[in-house]
Structures are given as structure tokens and as C-alpha cells.
Design a protein around this ligand. Structure first.
Ligand code: HEC
Ligand code: HEC
Length: 354
């Protein structure tokens, strides 16, 4: 054997050995997880169209949907904060600024979750997407669909309506505002050619359609589950295995890493109402954590489980680090960051966030 062949063999072995070392702990994960579909399923009574998604995008970013024309959905669900708002509790109707810098007195009693991938809320392992109906929504699961959900914040005094418009008046007011803007008339006509009037139900349908396009699959975790065992490092695989062995997967399983069911609060949050398991997809982008936003970092959110008697292990530092490393493999680089250049009302894009 000449020295080049020997070198080639050595290199091959080193690469091979390294890969093997990383993969000796790889198991069959199919009973716990499946990959996220590439696109959402759309309900039969609100099918996708590009025009509807575009209209929904404008509406999501346009503060015209708020009582004082100063708050948009995007004020609290912004791509800079993983489509959440980076705050423990959100500031709505009288707020100015974005994320941790936002200031105001209308404060929500609960933490804003991301809207990314919510098209898949409730999805279970290997569900047939054609038969799948997404939902329910909110921390207490009170809204059955994204359509139903989207009218909640508009009617809510703290979030968007404000003190000065009554609950009875807000929807008719928004309908008449939109009807008086020619650009919106044209956009609604293109999105809903069979309707002659702009109604709040069409607003809800367009918002839901846009949010169903805010999906992001193909994280390294998805690549790994799809069969590319090199997509995760050995540390991340160890974290994944701990995630299963410790029992995290009981609630954070399936393609969304959530059973979308309500569970008792964590012991340290005791006394607070039980809430729905949040998805862990793109979790590193949406600090702070828990429905109270009381955990500032991902690591401290994992720490909450230390010593819990319904989980099978007590974590050492290494295990917490591995769990964190694993959770970061759920990041998707292609999570949309697109912000429209203008909104048809001419108001501030995303509300008073600058
Ligand atoms: C003032 C901040 C604020 C504004 C403005 C706001 N939201 Fe939210 N959003 C929240 C909070 C807080 C929650 C959690 C509420 C709860 O669960 O009770 C939430 C929950 C949601 C959810 C549920 C996600 C899930 O997985 O259950 C969706 C979807 C959503 N909002 C979309 C919207 C849309 C669409 C708009 C505009 C019409 C909007 N939001 C306006 C703060 C806001
Ligand atoms: C019994 C069900 C259950 C188990 C088991 C479980 N979780 Fe959770 N997880 C939840 C619920 C419910 C919440 C929301 C709690 C709250 O907001 O008060 C949550 C929240 C989280 C969050 C914060 C997510 C966010 O966006 O705010 C992380 C991170 C997390 N869990 C990781 C884990 C890890 C790691 C394990 C295993 C050590 C685990 N969970 C075990 C149900 C569970």
C-alpha cells in the first residue's frame, strides 16, 4: 500500500468513525415524531388563493383593524421576535414601540405565542393532511379555528379595540373603514369575487389564509427525522434521547412537539391555571417562555422541569445542555421575515411600533 492509499484509508476511517460515533445512539423515532408537511392544509370553506393571502398580509400589518388605528396584529406577532413579541406580557391598545422596548398601559394577562406554523396546531404523527383540520387555538384552546381566533384580538379592549370604541361598534366600524378605502375594495374583490360587501367574516378568512402561509419546516430536526442521521451532532442526539427518556415527549411529541392539550401548571407556576402545551418549533426565537413569560432563556425554561416527580430523570448540567442543544435543532432558517412595504390605509406598517 502506498502512502496515499494509506492516507485515504486513514481519512476514510476518521470520517467514518466520527460519523459512527455521532450516530451510535440514533434510535427509531417514528413512534414519537414525524416531519412537518411543506404546506398547510386549507379548510374547504376557505380555500387558498394568492389574492386572499396578499389581502390577509395587508390586514395583518394594517393598524386599521384597531380602535385607534395604532395597533396591528404584527405589533405583537412580529418576525423580529419569531412572530411573537419578545415580552412576558403584550402591550396593546395604547402601546408604542416594538418588543421589549414597547411601552404602554394596556397589558395582556398572558404571554403572546408565535403565529408561525399555527396552521399545524393539533397535527399528530403521520396524519393525512387532506383530512386534517387544524386547531384549537389560544393557551386555553377556546378558539376552534384561525378564522375564529382572529376576531378575538380585534374585539378585545386591551389588545386592539381600546377604551373608546364599544364591543358592538368595532366590527361595523372596521367594515365601513375598509369599504371607504378604494385599494381595499379592489383587494377584497380579487380575494372574494363572489362577495359584493366587505364583512368582518371576510377579514377573518383573509387573516387566517395569510397565517396559514407562515409555515417553516425543514429544520435540522426534520432532516434527521426524515432519515439524514448526520443532520444532528452527537450532543443533539443525546439531548433528543433525554427528551424521550425523561418523558418530555409525552406532551411535546408529534410533528409540532405539542399534543395541543391542556396540562396542569409546572410546580413553580402552581396556583396558575392549566394551559395548553406550546409547540417547541422555533422555540429559540420566542423568549421569554411559559404563558407567564417568566423564564427569560431557553435554558431556564428547561430548568423548570428539574426534579419533577412525573419525569423519569433528574437532570445534571450536561443533560440540560444537551436538551437545549436538541431544542435549537428545531430552528428553521427560512422562517419568513417578510414585511410589506406599505399598507393600503396609509397608516404605519405594523402599527405604532417604531
Ligand atoms: C396586544 C398584542 C396582540 C395583538 C395586537 C394581537 N395578538 Fe394574537 N395573541 C396575543 C396574545 C397575548 C395571545 C395569547 C392569548 C390567549 O391565549 O388567551 C395571542 C394569541 C394568538 C394566536 C393563537 C396562537 C396559538 O397557537 O394558539 C393567534 C393565531 C394570534 N394571536 C393571531 C393574531 C391576529 C391574527 C391578530 C390581529 C387580528 C392578533 N393576534 C393580534 C397578543 C396579541
Ligand atoms: C405534562 C406535559 C408536559 C411535559 C411532560 C413536559 N412539558 Fe414542557 N410544557 C408543557 C406545558 C403545559 C407548557 C406551558 C407551561 C406554562 O406556560 O405554564 C410547557 C412549556 C415548555 C417550554 C416553554 C415553551 C414556550 O414557548 O414557552 C419548554 C422549553 C418546554 N416545555 C420543554 C420541556 C422539556 C425539555 C420537557 C422534559 C424535561 C418538558 N417540556 C416536559 C407541558 C409539558
Amino acid at each position: 500500500m502506498n502512502k496515499f492509499a494509506a492516507l485515504a484509508l486513514l481519512c476514510g476511517c476518521l470520517l467514518g468513525c466520527q460519523e459512527n460515533e455521532g450516530n451510535t445512539n440514533v434510535r427509531d423515532y417514528s413512534e414519537h415524531f414525524s416531519v412537518l408537511p411543506e404546506v398547510a392544509s386549507f379548510p374547504k370553506d376557505n380555500p387558498y388563493s394568492i389574492e386572499k393571502a396578499k389581502l390577509g398580509e395587508f390586514l395583518f400589518w394594517d393598524p386599521i383593524l384597531s380602535g385607534a388605528e395604532n395597533v396591528a396584529c404584527a405589533s405583537c406577532h412580529h418576525p423580529d421576535f419569531g412572530w411573537a413579541d419578545g415580552r412576558a406580557f403584550s402591550i396593546g391598545a395604547d402601546g408604542v414601540g416594538l418588543g421589549p422596548e414597547r411601552f404602554g398601559f394596556a397589558i395582556t394577562p398572558i404571554h403572546s405565542p408565535t403565529v408561525a406554523n399555527t396552521a399545524f396546531n393539533g397535527l399528530e404523527n403521520n396524519t393525512d393532511l387532506d383530512a386534517f383540520v387544524a386547531g384549537p387555538y389560544f393557551w386555553d384552546l377556546r378558539a376552534a379555528s384561525l378564522e375564529a381566533q382572529s376576531l378575538g384580538p380585534i374585539a378585545n379592549e386591551i389588545e386592539m379595540r381600546g377604551k373608546h370604541i364599544s364591543q358592538e361598534d368595532i366590527f361595523p366600524l372596521i367594515e365601513s373603514r375598509l369599504t371607504n378605502i378604494q385599494a381595499y375594495q379592489a383587494l377584497f374583490k380579487d380575494a372574494f369575487p363572489e362577495h359584493t360587501e366587505i364583512t368582518i367574516d371576510l377579514v377573518a378568512k383573509a387573516l387566517a389564509t395569510y397565517q396559514r402561509t407562515l409555515t417553516a419546516n425543514n429544520s435540522r430536526f426534520d432532516q434527521f427525522i426524515a432519515g439524514d442521521t448526520t443532520a444532528l451532532t452527537s450532543e443533539e442526539v443525546a439531548g433528543l434521547n433525554t427528551f424521550i427518556d425523561a418523558g418530555c415527549v409525552r406532551c411535546h411529541g408529534g410533528p409540532m412537539l405539542s399534543d395541543n392539550l391542556i396540562h396542569e401548571s409546572q410546580p413553580v407556576l402552581q396556583g396558575l391555571p392549566a394551559v395548553r402545551t406550546p409547540s417547541l418549533r422555533n422555540v429559540s426565537a420566542t423568549a421569554p417562555y411559559m404563558h407567564t413569560g417568566e423564564r427569560d432563556t431557553l435554558r431556564s425554561a428547561i430548568d423548570i422541569y428539574e426534579g419533577r416527580d412525573d419525569l423519569e430523570v433528574s437532570f445534571g448540567d450536561d443533560q440540560i445542555s444537551n436538551l437545549e442543544a436538541f431544542l435549537r435543532t428545531l430552528d428553521t432558517p427560512e422562517l419568513s421575515k417578510t414585511i410589506p412595504d406599505y399598507v393600503p390605509s396609509g397608516l404605519s406598517i405594523g402599527g405604532d411600533i417604531n
